[in-house]
Design a binder for this molecule. Structure first.
Ligand code: 5AD
Ligand code: SF4
Length: 447
């Protein structure tokens, strides 16, 4: 087959980014090359997200725009992959008739063969059946990245009332620990220093498998065991993960993260709301006090830990009092980063049957209030870093300004410093902090 160029555009979460990276490697293994731009590609793939309506609309808008491109270049192959492809299936072809391929979340690894079929037969293909062992087939990485993302599980069994993920990504399925450790070893041999473990609900890693064998007591943490195994890989400098579910943050898990030296003390723990009434309606399986007690234990064990979260504002029935409970909880934990989402009903979920009764303006206003709180808080809390020395994993040239370099502290603070001949990406160095903003720490490398 002739030399083919491809371009992958990714929407949504880090799991999608990771799938796209592995898919890009699979296509390169076929001898195809990444195109410089969307317009110059022979094969244009959109890896999509369904979590919020806005995410779907954005992708549909962009793919719709490609109709013009296809008119001028009828041979181009356009594929829609991932969650929206899984969610909408063949309906997407009605909505976007210039699309050639619709490939669901469990079939991404089949894309090279599916694209070749489209190129040969010029027909349309919809492949959304579930159940394939996709994670093992998507273990390829680009070499030389300071941080590598490694998927440890897929799917979600929680069925939170607002969330479409269990419907599009299916049941929780964990990869064997040995496969994950082999993948970690491989990326470390190729230059990686930091491992970021990914899953929709990483603290449930291995639990469905244990339950199936009747061996689940609730006291164990297979994810804690996995962290230990990754921590023990020679050459790994740092380990991070996202996202844990508070319900499964048991003693065994907390003990692992608190005692393993390479696990960074920056935790992203989705809270969703600080109101018990909302948490119950959301079917999150914990109260605000349960959440706080997990955070408190982590703070006691790791006094310098930082915390970030996901919060939904404007869930059905959310009153000013519920919202204030969330605002207060965010202050109590002292989150220094949060993804705040305005509730968006998703067809098929439980909450979609309830009135979306918080007006858009109120959702927006609550969103803005929480964002302003965050900025004020981080401007204040980052001052604690002034005139201290922090350990930085160097990432390289700053994206915004080539004259400066960036890296991160273990607590996930972005550090900005002048480049120096002795410092290269992947080095672990010490920076003396001489200036801070809400978003970054600035200083000089001292060691
Ligand atoms: N509306 C708004 N936010 C949502 N999330 C998931 N589903 C919805 C929805 N229907 C948010 C949650 C989750 C994050 C990935 O997206 O906060 O943690
Ligand atoms: Fe969605 Fe809840 Fe699963 Fe997270 S834990 S993916 S919010 S259902």
């Amino acid at each position: 087959m002739r030399d083919i160029t491809f371009h992958i555009r990714t929407y949504g979460c880090q799991m999608n980014e990771r799938d796209s990276e592995a898919l890009g490697c699979l296509l390169e293994e076929r001898g195809w090359t990444p195109a410089g731009s969307e317009e110059s590609a022979d094969v244009l793939l959109f890896n999509t997200c369904s979590v919020r309506d806005q995410a779907e609309r954005k992708a549909v808008g962009k793919i719709g725009f490609m109709k013009k491109v296809k008119k001028n270049k009828p041979d181009i192959v356009i594929g829609v992959l991932g969650c929206m492809a899984q969610n909408k299936g063949a309906d997407l072809l009605k909505q976007l008739p210039h699309v050639d391929l619709v490939v669901g979340t469990d079939r991404i690894h089949e894309l090279p063969a599916l694209i070749e079929r489209v190129l040969e037969e010029r027909g349309k293909i919809v492949r959304t059946d579930t159940g394939a062992e996709v994670l093992g087939a998507l273990s390829q990485h680009h070499h030389g990245r300071v941080t590598s993302f490694v998927s440890v599980m897929r799917g979600c069994d929680q069925f939170c009332a607002y969330c479409i993920v269990p419907y599009v990504r299916g049941r929780e399925k964990s990869r064997p620990i040995d496969d994950i450790v082999a993948e970690v070893r491989h990326v470390v041999e190729n230059g990686t220093k930091e491992i970021f473990l990914l899953g929709q609900n990483v603290t449930a890693y291995g639990l469905a498998e244990l339950r199936a064998t009747g061996g689940l007591t609730g006291a164990e943490s297979p994810f804690g065991d996995l962290l230990r195994a990754v921590n023990d890989v020679h050459g790994v400098e740092r380990v991070r993960f996202t996202s844990p579910h508070p319900k499964y943050m048991n003693e065994a898990f907390i003990d692992s993260v608190a005692s393993l030296p390479k696990v960074c003390e920056a935790f992203h723990v989705p809270m969703q709301s600080g109101s018990d009434r909302m948490l119950k309606a959301m079917r999150r399986g914990y109260t605000a006090a349960d959440y706080m007690s997990r955070i408190q234990t982590l703070k006691e064990r790791l006094p310098h830990a930082t915390f970030s979260t996901d919060v939904i504002v404007g869930f059905p029935g959310e009153t000013e009092e519920d919202f204030n409970a969330t605002r207060q909880a965010m202050e109590t934990v002292g989150f220094d980063m949060a993804y705040i989402f305005k509730y968006s009903p998703r067809v098929g979920t439980r909450a979609a049957d309830w009135a979306d009764d918080v007006p858009t303006e109120v959702k927006e206003q609550r969103n803005q209030t929480l964002l302003a709180d965050l900025e004020k808080r981080t401007t204040r809390t980052n001052k604690a870093y002034l005139n201290t020395c922090v350990e930085v994993l160097v990432e390289g040239e700053s994206k915004r300004n080539a004259a400066t370099w960036t890296g991160r502290t273990r607590t996930n603070k972005v550090c900005i410093f002048p480049p120096s001949a002795d410092v290269k990406p992947g080095d672990v160095v010490t920076m003396r902090v001489d200036r801070v903003t809400a978003n970054s720490l600035f200083g000089e490398i001292t060691v």
